[in-house]
Design a protein around this ligand. Structure first.
Ligand code: ATP
Ligand code: MG
Length: 556
């Protein structure tokens, strides 16, 4: 999936060298989500990186759930994550893996460290413990429980495992260095007591390993060669290595860090996204306004566009916020190349033709894609009454032809792929509102230039009033109206865009859209890219989501 001509990013360079020098025989990476929420665009970057490396270097990438924290984790998230990774177009190696697959080994390794005098059970409370830990410029103090005997530690650890202590009563800590300048090395926690049911292991365990006591060992057990994570784990690397050095692991993976993806106008924190869902600010995790993979899918973004975006932004060692316009650009670029075309009138205005028979019914052939004849053609009915969009008509006289390339009373316009028509008369209701236009066709103008003296202002979209179907269209705008809604101590809830969703009913769609399926975006000509909604659509009430508008604001 990666292009050979592109320069390698810094991680690809490392892998390339390791394979070249045979420091590593086979590349094995992993994507290690914690199943405590749905994946978002930031995760997509990590997925594209890890699975992309495996594809580029003919290695493999594991999907491994980092399920060491049962209180916040759920099977629903496990299922959603698997679906999202597959949808993005990636295949994990073998079975899905879980940190919990290795809990027995971790326990044996914890006993091993205790026997080596490198771990101890500590009864300090969380507050006491943090006071003992010191801070960056002040060394910590050893816990009074640090010198417990090996036998006592083994016994206490077993009792922790047997559930003899309450949550919080004690923890198992690695015995490293309370005065290390790296806070992570000041006797970090290895096991906590959690009397919670786990989605994979049920009630088998009441102690759970910390991230640090799990991650590197999982990598080692799976033969991971390059363990790629985000920058906030750089501090943890010495600890990652300490565990690998002090345990009888079968392999020695290496950790590399890259910058997290941050997007403006967007939140990329599962915790905050979960709050949006829990508090009802959005429909669900897959609300089309959410920056989740499932939200983007439902909205009509293609997997290729997300992969292209991740390729476009690259992989770096220092963080910076990316303009969300780049994501929108990637989506538009891909859909422009691939989306089938169709017509849908969002705000219908009726046009009745006065110079054709009432039962007029001509077939107009339209290309499915203007640049891709291999995709074939579609048919539209041209009938005596039609709909155009309200925005495509004005009674106002004297507008310049450059400014208004649509239909003006008394002038001509071409209906795309159909006839040129002239607007002759406006029909209004008692309130004086325009309800219908009476118009006439210029005969012989389908696919032909008009006769001398007839100058259509432009080309507009249309559908038959009698051979089209009703649908609902949902227009989305950015979920937040602030560039960095959660910067500093800002409360992102205050920056929710009240206009992030506009619902239009009674839109009129051409027949070819009856076979639209969720997940396939169409270009509604002159309007944007739209995709059938997977949740709200029914056979009698189709709902289309606008994935993105036609106009590219970012590149300019
Ligand atoms: P969150 O802060 O949203 O909860 P997380 O890092 O805790 O994210 P995990 O489930 O642990 O979520 O993430 C799985 C993988 O995805 C990790 O390797 C993590 O580094 C990576 N990842 C998460 N967020 C981003 C991001 N914004 N950009 C790049 N990679 C990310
Ligand atoms: Mg995490």
């Amino acid at each position: 999936m990666s292009e050979n001509s592109k320069p390698l990013n810094f991680i690809e360079q490392i892998v390339h060298k390791d394979l070249d020098t045979k420091a590593v025989e086979q590349l094995i990476t992993r994507f290690p989500p914690e199943p405590n929420g749905y994946l978002h665009i930031g995760h997509a970057k990590a997925i594209c990186l890890n699975f992309g490396l495996a594809n580029t270097f003919k290695g493999q990438c594991n999907l491994r759930f980092d399920d060491t924290n049962p209180g916040k984790e759920e099977q629903e998230y496990v299922d959603a994550i698997k679906e999202d990774v597959s949808w993005l177009g990636y295949e994990w190696a073998g079975e899905v893996k879980y940190a919990s697959d290795y809990f027995d080994t971790f326990y044996a390794w914890a006993q091993h460290l205790v026997r080596e005098g490198k771990a101890y059970v500590c009864d300090l409370s969380a507050e006491e413990s943090s006071a003992y830990r010191g801070w960056a410029t002040k060394p910590g103090k050893p816990s009074p429980y640090r010198e417990r005997s090996i036998d006592e530690n083994l016994d206490l650890l077993e009792k922790m495992k047997q559930g003899e202590f309450d949550e919080g009563h004690c923890v198992l800590r690695a015995k490293i260095d309370m005065s290390s300048p790296n806070m992570q090395m000041r006797d970090p926690i290895m096991y906590r007591i959690r009397k919670q049911t786990h989605h994979q292991t049920g009630d088998k365990w009441c102690i759970y390993p910390s991230y640090d006591f799990a991650h590197g060992q999982e990598d080692a057990l799976e033969g991971v060669s390059h363990s790629v994570c985000t920058l906030e784990f750089a501090d943890h690397r010495p600890l990652y290595e300490w565990f690998l050095e002090n345990l009888p692991v079968p392999n020695t993976p290496r950790q590399y860090e890259f910058a997290r993806l941050e997007l403006n106008y967007t939140i990329t924190s599962k915790r905050k996204l979960k709050q949006l869902v829990d508090d009802g600010h959005v429909d669900a995790w897959d609300d089309p306004r959410m920056p989740t993979v499932s939200g983007m899918r439902r909205r009509g973004y293609s997997p290729a566009s997300i992969r292209n975006f991740c390729e476009l932004i690259g992989v770096t060692k220092s963080g910076s916020s990316i303009d969300v316009g780049m994501l929108e650009y990637a989506v538009r670029d891909d859909l422009n190349d691939n989306a089938p075309r169709a017509m849908c009138v969002l705000k219908p205005l009726k046009v009745s033709l006065t110079n054709v028979p009432l039962d007029m019914n001509e077939t107009m052939i339209q290309a499915i894609h203007p640049n891709r004849p291999e995709l074939g053609e579609r048919e539209m009915r041209f009938t005596q009454s039609l709909y155009i969009d309200q925005a495509d008509f004005t009674e106002e006289q004297g507008l310049s032809r450059k400014k208004f390339k649509r239909l003006v009373l008394g002038e001509w316009v071409r209906l795309r792929g159909g006839y040129i028509i002239k607007a002759d008369e406006c029909v209004k209701n008692e309130a004086g509102e325009l309800i219908e236009i009476l118009a006439s066709i210029v005969p012989g103008t389908v696919g032909e230039n008009p006769p001398e003296g007839i100058r259509p202002r432009g080309v507009i979209h249309w559908v038959s009033a009698t051979d089209s179907f009703d649908c609902e269209v949902r227009l989305y705008d950015r979920l937040f109206n602030d560039e960095s809604p959660d910067a500093g101590d800002k409360n992102y809830i205050d920056y929710l865009n009240p206009e992030s969703l506009t619902v239009l009913k009674g839109c009129k769609a051409e027949r070819s859209l009856e076979s639209a399926l969720p997940g396939v975006s169409y270009q509604f000509e002159r309007e944007g890219y739209f995709c059938l909604d997977s949740k709200h659509s029914t056979d009698t009430h189709p709902v289309f989501n606008r994935a993105i508008g036609l106009k590219d604001n970012w590149k300019k």
